[in-house]
Design a protein around this ligand. Structure first.
Ligand SMILES: O=C(CO)[C@H](O)[C@H](O)[C@H](O)CO
Ligand SMILES: [Mn+2]
Length: 289
């Protein structure tokens, strides 16, 4: 098991440059950094090559996260939006591969966060989502990339809210590089049992996000980490466990994640770093790896 952190912990915008964080997370002891792929198509090839080299130099594995915009929704009822989504993903995956990234996770099958001012068509969005993911899976596979479909809570997406729904979706897609992704923050809202949800995903679990119920770093709250660790060991999970804390207000990240109060008691960067380092030690101990 490899342990990582989403660099957005320190940032306010998905567009923030992620290159400089590689050295920082390596110094904190992480194996993995997750970067936002939302704006990766704006990076030059030279920039991507330098980032790849920095990852090699610092012995860090990169993974990618993305919340596709409404205009790039692979499940849109509008065929032109679906086509724009496919083109966006092909370009994004091509650039992601330049960083040797093997895992991209998020609501790839839909868009994020969902606009609930419009009527919801769960069945239609799910059917188009299956088709959309099926349509980009081979392209990703040829680049050596796994598409990890994140199960989100009801307030952020309507298509997949539980591990069981995630597994059924992945089975309908039926491609070996399309996997389920779980996140303890969302599981805490939707699942009856953390352990059962992880066992339901089983060998289809491709990526795992961690965070407390209020998205503080693991170890600061009341998520049942011991139960989660036992279940991950039981399914022989060998993928990445990426903590995804969101604790600062402000910017697009603060508003997309609905962070309306400072959850750090005014922590400066050194204290934020220390919290991440302590949480990593806690995560390795309780989850394994
Ligand atoms: O859990 C999440 C949203 O609540 C997601 O992992 C990411 O934040 C989103 O896909 C943006 O990368
Ligand atoms: Mn997540």
């Amino acid at each position: 098991m490899k342990h990582g952190i989403y660099y957005s912990y320190w940032e306010h915008e998905w567009s923030a440059k992620f290159g400089p964080y590689i050295e920082k997370v390596a110094k904190l002891g992480f194996d993995v950094i997750e970067v936002a792929a939302h704006h990766i198509n704006e990076y030059s090839d030279a920039e991507l090559a330098a980032i790849k080299q920095s990852a090699i130099d610092n012995n860090i594995i990169l993974t990618a996260g993305i919340g596709p915009s409404k205009a790039k929704n692979l499940a849109s009822p509008d065929a032109s939006v679906r086509a724009a989504g496919k083109a966006f993903f092909e370009k994004t995956l091509t650039n992601v591969a330049k960083l040797d990234i093997k895992t991209i996770g998020g609501a790839l099958h839909s868009y994020w966060p969902v606009d609930y001012s419009q009527p919801v068509d769960k069945e239609g969005d799910r059917a188009r989502g299956v088709e959309g993911i099926h349509g980009i899976a081979d392209f990703a596979n040829n680049l050596g990339i796994n598409l990890c479909i994140e199960v989100l809570n009801r307030f952020e997406n309507h298509v997949l809210n539980t591990a069981a729904e995630g597994v059924a979706f992945i089975r309908d897609v039926g491609k070996p590089n399309v996997k389920v992704m779980l996140d303890t923050f969302h599981m805490n809202i939707e699942e009856d049992s953390f352990g059962d949800a992880i066992r339901t995903a089983g060998s289809l679990l491709g990526h795992f996000h961690t965070g407390e119920s209020n998205r503080r770093v693991p170890g600061k709250g009341r998520i049942p980490w011991h139960e989660i660790g036992l279940a991950l060991r039981e399914i022989n999970y060998t993928g990445a466990v990426v903590m995804e804390p969101f604790v600062k207000t402000g910017g697009t990240i603060g508003s997309d994640i609905r962070v309306w109060r400072d959850l750090t008691d005014g922590a400066d960067e050194a204290k934020m770093d220390e919290d991440a380092r302590n949480s990593l030690a806690f995560s390795r101990f309780v989850l394994g790896g």
